[in-house]
Design a protein around this ligand. Structure first.
Ligand SMILES: Nc1ncnc2c1ncn2[C@@H]1O[C@H](COP(=O)(O)OP(=O)(O)OP(=O)(O)O)[C@@H](O)[C@H]1O
Length: 317
């Protein structure tokens, strides 16, 4: 597959639960492109509709409206073909607690056309010391790594991961990140949902942010953060002169002074000169470029939640 192709193409997707007066539209017209060979992160506030969208992409549910193409196929009607080329990690797995890690992988491998050997997957996911342990005795992180081992066992060209690192400790999270980057480097396409913004920022080529059933932002992490203010903060409550060096907003939060600016370098230089002239020491000084977190919080609390024209660079939409 050429990298300028789309591995997933969603248009006008709708998904309604229930009927009549009880009907609830969880997905309200989603357009989503996942370029082949990319890592795309689908982010969203709680209940935004991420899982409802993924389930249609995974061929597990029919859309109420709109269309979904996965690897150029219909995930529902061409399910057998799509499944052969796709690895899916659901939010919750349903393996038997009685089987060991190795038995689970062998059993799962039996459902795949060309599985990698169970022991290769055990090594890849760092489960060798648990290979003969029953699934019910695994820690949450080990169980998640076993789920991932099953997802990747068929060497899929498209991988769909629903919250792969939820419940993992920081070290295991980093290992999963490395694994996901490795998949992209090997030419696979990854669509991942996550609640960790740092994860999305680090891993993803493209972000799609959902809110209330719609995609409200699309683009690279830098494109999405662009135009949002940078932040400078330090310990204590100081009154910084109004308008100093392009500082547009000043507040005191949790024992710190928090300043915002559109031009971080100028504001920081001006602030340091001002503090130096008065012999003030700014303890715990911290300066940050616009972050995904500030964009996300603005969407989540409704300050900036309306859909913006998506950034379509590199897209064939
Ligand atoms: N089977 C169902 N019946 C009725 N409503 C449902 C059903 N499944 C999900 N919903 C509702 O649809 C909305 C979207 O849910 P969904 O699980 O897709 O969101 P999400 O973005 O994955 O959320 P989270 O991040 O919390 O997992 C929520 O309001 C949820 O309560």
């Amino acid at each position: 597959m050429r990298t300028d192709e789309l591995a997933i193409r969603v248009r006008g997707l709708r998904r309604t639960y229930g009927t009549g007066a009880q009907a609830y539209e969880a997905v309200r017209g989603v357009d989503l492109d996942v370029p082949a060979g990319s890592v795309t992160a689908l982010l969203g506030t709680n209940g935004a509709g991420k899982t409802s969208t993924l389930e249609v992409i995974e061929g597990l549910a029919a859309p109420s409206g709109g269309s979904v193409e996965v690897l150029g196929l219909n995930p529902l009607t061409d399910r057998a073909q799509v499944r052969r080329r796709t690895g899916v990690l659901l939010q919750r797995s349903g393996f038997s607690g009685d089987l060991t890690v190795r038995e689970t992988l062998r059993l799962w491998g039996g459902t795949l056309t060309a599985p990698r050997p169970a022991d290769d997957m055990i090594d890849l996911l760092d489960l060798a010391h648990r290979a003969n342990t029953r699934v019910l005795s695994l820690s949450g992180g080990e169980a998640r790594r076993l789920d991932l081992a099953c997802t990747l066992m068929g060497d899929p060209e498209l991988v769909v991961l629903d919250e792969p690192t939820t419940g993992l400790d920081p070290e295991s999270r980093r290992e999963v990140w490395n694994l996901i980057s490795g998949l992209r480097d090997a030419g696979s396409t990854v669509l991942v949902t996550t609640h960790y913004l740092d994860e999305a920022e680090t891993l993803a080529d493209r972000l799609e942010i959902m809110h209330a059933g719609l995609i409200v932002r699309s683009g690279t992490p830098a494109q999405i953060a662009e135009g949002h203010p940078s932040t400078i903060s330090f310990a204590g409550s100081l009154r910084v002169p109004d308008g100093l060096a392009g500082i547009t907003h000043s507040a005191h939060e949790h024992g710190r002074t928090v300043l915002q600016t559109a031009d971080l370098q100028t504001a920081l230089a001006g602030l340091l000169a001002w503090a130096g002239a008065q012999n003030l020491r700014l303890e715990g000084l911290d300066a940050r470029s616009p972050s995904l977190e500030s964009v996300f919080l603005a969407i989540a609390d409704g300050r900036d939640a309306s859909p913006k024209t998506p950034v379509l660079e590199g897209s064939t939409r």
